[in-house]
Design a protein around this ligand. Structure first.
Ligand code: NAG
Ligand code: NAG
Ligand code: NAG
Ligand code: NAG
Ligand code: NAG
Length: 486
């Protein structure tokens, strides 16, 4: 008897594929955040006001994200070097556009803003009414009963860059100016209640933006998750104890959201971790010690200096939520790439934009493992490869750090973190990674055994993971909604 494999597999796949668009066509953009967990959306998500007005082709999207990465890396390098770096992309606007946004409520009564989430920044900036040069929605401080500006005498005024006193005497307000990417900001140091999910945080200090030039600053504000002095973590010590985790949704499933879980409650207990390293010169960045990289089962030959942590030069490895594609310093990237290419024998290598390892034939890619002190993270191919929607081009989704900036930093970027929960546990000085996968690439399915009555298609629990399955008996229906990253 012939195995019923193809038709059975086909019907399971059809069933699964059929269920997605029905859900995907109705993303719930106004769902409330619960507890201390915020929904995380990609900026190109249908719920995001920042998505491009015309839909971009796959190549355009990838090249657009890679171009934004250049600006991001410059920004990170400038942090490390503690000096501003001349923009590289002359003629092109440097949009330091973040990849992920969360919903925050400011003031009393609360006003909602979609703030960019950035784990490599301490600052909170909010565009305020009356701001010259701000674009999108702004916070109207006069409508909030809990808003106040901080005076020059406030302790927080010593923690902002270039503070100035506006006005005279005891009532003088604390203002500050700074540059960010290609933008400059003038802001008043202010306080108000910020509500994140169900948590109201009174007297939260932030920069109320009064004047803005350039387009590098996220339109509805920035929520920094760094660990420096004036950061959200420092201001919510008692509430969140400097602990948070996120799961970033895959940018290919734009209709799905991830989550940002603040505080120690509900964090994964079983999770691999590696020590967090502290760079006193750059307190906001989350450094870890990457010791090696494995391609397939082979540990590639990387000079130790390319991975070593050095607080003075800023060298080492960070986890960053704002860069899309992982960048390794050149000697590390070349070793990884060469081994990757060696494993894909016979196929011609081409390039696409900044990606130098692309194929126009189907390939079987090796896994890539980032090896940290005490923690190996093996990435599934979903986190390693980008595929064009037509399936005609596949690229290794990593690149060498740009060599025209201070290239000492290895950046583990968000594409490589997607569908993983990444835990930042500052009190215990550790960073954890757990897979929260939905992956169809492994095709963990099999034909029904043909020695039993093989007429039943069983959708097993692996295929239901990260989906909400609704059993609605009164209405005689079963629903499936995809819930990755919960
Ligand atoms: C997302 O939802 C929109 C409608 O809101 C739909 O047109 C689109 O195809 C969906 N995209 C995906 C990737 O499911
Ligand atoms: C910001 O500070 C300036 C100078 O003190 C003041 O004129 C302005 O009203 C302040 N804006 C807000 C929103 O507090
Ligand atoms: C800060 O920026 C404001 C507005 O552009 C400007 O009036 C002020 O002189 C600047 N202050 C400093 C110290 O650069
Ligand atoms: C917030 O500030 C107000 C006035 O400055 C003060 O009365 C209140 O106690 C503060 N609340 C907290 C929780 O610190
Ligand atoms: C990581 O993998 C290597 C083998 O490639 C192994 O020797 C090492 O013990 C692993 N580390 C951890 C923490 O599992």
């Amino acid at each position: 008897m012939k195995r019923p494999f193809p038709s059975l597999l086909h019907s399971i796949l059809l069933a699964l594929l059929f269920l997605y668009p029905a859900q995907g066509s109705d993303p719930n953009c106004n769902s409330e955040d619960h507890g201390s967990t915020l929904q995380v959306m990609h900026i190109y998500s249908p719920c995001s006001p920042f998505r491009p007005s015309k839909s971009l082709s796959w190549e355009e999207t990838v090249l657009d994200m890679a171009a934004k990465d250049e600006a991001r890396l410059q920004y990170l390098s400038s942090l490390v070097a503690k000096k501003s770096v001349v923009p590289i992309a002359s003629g092109r606007q440097i949009i330091q556009s973040p990849t992920y946004i969360v919903r925050a409520k400011i003031g009393t009564p609360p006003q909602t803003l979609l703030m960019a989430m950035d784990n490599s920044n301490d600052a909170a900036w909010i565009p305020c009414a009356g701001c010259v040069g701000c674009s999108s929605s702004v916070f109207s401080s006069t409508k909030s009963t809990t808003y106040k500006t901080l005076g020059c005498q406030a302790a927080q005024c010593k923690q902002v860059p270039n503070p100035t006193c506006a006005g005279a005497g005891a009532g003088a307000g604390c203002s500050f100016n700074l540059t960010y990417g290609s933008s400059s900001i003038a802001a008043n140091l202010s306080q108000d209640t910020i509500t994140l999910a169900m948590d109201a945080i009174p007297n939260y200090s932030f920069g109320c933006i009064q004047k803005l030039t350039g387009s590098s600053v996220p339109a509805q504000g920035l929520l920094g998750l760094g660990r420096g002095p004036l950061s959200l973590l420092s201001q919510t010590q008692n509430l969140y104890q400097s602990t948070f985790s996120y799961c970033l949704p895959n940018f290919k499933s734009l209709n799905f959201s991830g989550s940002l879980r603040l505080g120690p409650v509900g964090q994964p207990k079983r999770i691999k971790t590696t020590p967090l390293l502290k760079n006193p010169r750059r307190s906001s960045l989350y450094y870890v010690n990457m010791v090696a990289v494995r391609v397939g089962r082979k540990i590639v030959d990387i000079p130790p200096s390319a991975l070593a942590f050095n607080p003075t030069t800023g060298a080492g490895t960070i986890f960053d939520s704002g860069t899309v594609f992982t960048r390794l310093v050149a000697p590390a990237y070349i070793a990884v790439r060469d081994e990757f290419r060696r494993r894909i024998k016979g196929a011609t290598v081409s390039s696409l934009g900044g990606f130098d390892t692309c194929y126009s034939v189907p390939i079987v890619a090796p896994t890539i493992t980032f090896m940290f002190t005490g923690m190996n993270v093996t990435l599934p191919v979903d986190n390693i490869l980008i595929h064009s929607t037509a399936g005609s081009i596949t690229c290794l989704a990593m690149a060498a750090a740009p060599d025209n900036v201070n290239s000492v930093l290895n950046v583990i970027a968000n594409m490589q973190q997607q569908n993983h929960r990444v835990l930042f546990d500052v009190p215990n000085s550790r960073l954890g990674v757990a897979r929260e996968p939905w992956s169809i690439t492994g095709l963990a399915m099999a034909a029904a055994p043909d020695n039993v009555n093989s007429v039943l298609n069983v959708i097993a629990n692996m295929q239901q993971q990260n989906h909400r399955v609704l059993f609605d008996v009164p209405n005689s229906r079963l629903g499936v909604a995809r819930e990755p990253c919960t």
